[in-house]
Write a protein that binds this ligand. Structure first.
Ligand SMILES: Cc1cc2nc3c(=O)[nH]c(=O)nc-3n(C[C@H](O)[C@H](O)[C@H](O)COP(=O)(O)O)c2cc1C
Length: 234
């Protein structure tokens, strides 16, 4: 494994996008191990670490996931699935994002690896909270290793088949799928609502004056290197 890209924590936080267009090139196992070894550094309730991961590289299984994703896309976005040209009328950001979802729904079979995140049922009061920190660690580690990744749950429209296919025990819940691969697109600035719109000062609904005075894009410019600042197309 070549050394991970030297990228500061804040640059990674400000530029890790959901990259859904992936090359089919296989990911070396030492790189996959680094991803998982970073993921398990995450916090979990009582440090129970009840997360379990299935690293799917079997092309036959990934092909099945791909057909379930395509089915999920037509179920959840019937309008755009039947008339993809209707996406042209959407605002740019929404259009690009939806196009990349459509792309992955139709090309998931090309992904070299898909990681399934599971967690023990009934153990934690907010069970997802003990799994998703590991997901985010993995997404950031993928960013640093020059990989593209995203949470992609369309194949979970066929969860019972997936559980059967992979032999997931009954006491485990499926949380999400993360296809990983070398990306065709680049990381770049992520668009988010400003802090002032989502954070209150001491009491729900009370404005935070300091945040109100900050630019709506926050500190993006400070943390993005020139190469990613403009937010490339995906
Ligand atoms: C719990 C959760 C479920 C998600 N499910 C999907 C999904 O099924 N399909 C998908 O394309 N993206 C999914 N995403 C990814 C989000 O759409 C993505 O993170 C968001 O649009 C922001 O994208 P950006 O980071 O590139 O700006 C999911 C994210 C989370 C946290």
């Amino acid at each position: 494994m070549s050394d991970p890209e030297t990228i500061g924590l804040f640059e990674a936080l400000y530029s890790t996008r959901a990259l859904r267009r992936l090359k089919p090139d296989p990911i070396p196992e030492d790189v996959l191990f680094q991803l998982l070894d970073a993921a398990i550094r995450a916090p979990s309730g009582q440090n129970a670490q009840d997360w379990r991961f299935v690293i799917i590289t079997d092309a036959a299984v990934i092909t099945k996931l791909g057909s379930w994703a395509a089915d999920g896309w037509s179920r959840y976005q019937p309008e755009f699935s039947e008339h993809p040209e209707k996406m042209n009328a959407l605002p740019r950001t929404q259009r690009l994002s939806l196009r990349s979802v459509e792309y992955l729904a139709q090309h998931l079979h090309e992904a070299p690896a898909v990681i399934l995140f599971c967690g023990r049922k009934g153990r934690h009061s907010s069970p997802g909270g003990s799994t998703f920190p590991a997901v985010q660690n993995l997404l950031l580690a993928a960013r640093a290793l020059g990989l593209g990744a995203s949470i992609f749950n369309l194949p979970l429209t066929h969860a019972p088949e997936l559980i059967e296919e992979l032999g997931i025990p009954e006491d485990n819940q499926l949380y999400c799928l993360v296809p990983v691969g070398y990306p065709l697109d680049k990381h770049g600035s992520v668009r988010r609502k400003p802090v002032a719109k989502v954070a209150f000062w001491n009491r729900w609904g009370q404005a935070w004056d300091y945040a109100e005075q900050q630019p709506p894009e926050g500190l993006q410019e400070k943390w993005l290197s020139k190469g990613v600042a403009d937010g490339p197309e995906r």
